[in-house]
Design a protein around this ligand. Structure first.
Ligand code: PNS
Length: 164
C-alpha cells in the first residue's frame, strides 16, 4: 500500500504553537509529514533557514513525532511535493483572512499540479491569535512569548529577539 505523505510548507519564522496544532493533526492523519521551510521568500525572514529548521527539529523531538521530518525548499512548492513522493499539501486556517490567501495559493497549486490535494486544517481556537509576526513583535519588546512557542524553543527565540 502506498504511504500517505504530506508536505506542510511555510515560512515558519518562527514555528509557533499554532503551527504545532496543525502539525499534530496532520501527523495523526498521514503516514509521514515533512515540515518544509521556504528558503527564499519575498518577505525577508528574521530567523535564518538553519534556525527555522532547527526550531522544527526541536519540536519534533520534544513531542516525539516519529513520523515527522523537517526539510526546506526553494522554487515551486508543487515541484518539491512531487520530488518527495508526497500526495498532499497541508495548510492551517485561523480566520477568513487566511482563507482568502489560501484560495489563491490553492488555485495556483491546483493549476500547476492538479493531482496534488491540499488538506486544510483548523487550529485550536485558543491559538487562533498566534502568528509568527506577533511572536517577533512581542519578543523584540521582551514581552512574554511562552504561550506562543514550544518549550524547547522558547528560550532561544526570546534571546534572539531580544538582540534584534
Ligand atoms: O507561511 P507562509 O509564508 O504563508 O507560506 C507560504 C508558502 C511557503 C506556502 C508559499 O509562499 C509557497 O508555496 N511558496 C513557494 C512558491 C510557490 O510554489 N508559489 C506558487 C503558489 S502561490
Amino acid at each position: 500500500m502506498t504511504k500517505k505523505i504530506g508536505v506542510y510548507p511555510g515560512s515558519f519564522d518562527p514555528f509557533t504553537l499554532g503551527h504545532l496544532d496543525i502539525l499534530l493533526q496532520a501527523a495523526a492523519l498521514l503516514d509521514h509529514v515533512i515540515v518544509a521551510v521556504l528558503v527564499n521568500n519575498s518577505k525577508q525572514p528574521f530567523f535564518t533557514l538553519e534556525e527555522r529548521v532547527h526550531f522544527i527539529e526541536n519540536v519534533i523531538e520534544e513531542k516525539g513525532l516519529s513520523n515527522v521530518t523537517a526539510g526546506h525548499f526553494s522554487g515551486l512548492l508543487v515541484n518539491y511535493v512531487q520530488l518527495q513522493g508526497a500526495q498532499c499539501i497541508i495548510r492551517g486556517l485561523r480566520n477568513e483572512l487566511d482563507f482568502q490567501y489560501e484560495t489563491q495559493l490553492y488555485a495556483a497549486n491546483s493549476i500547476l499540479a492538479p493531482e496534488i490535494t491540499t488538506i486544510y486544517l483548523l487550529g485550536n481556537p485558543s491559538h487562533s491569535y498566534i502568528s509568527s509576526s506577533l511572536v517577533r513583535e512581542l519578543g523584540s519588546y521582551q514581552a512574554p512569548i511562552e504561550t506562543m512557542v514550544s518549550k524547547s524553543n522558547h528560550q532561544i527565540i526570546a534571546e534572539r529577539l531580544k538582540r534584534r
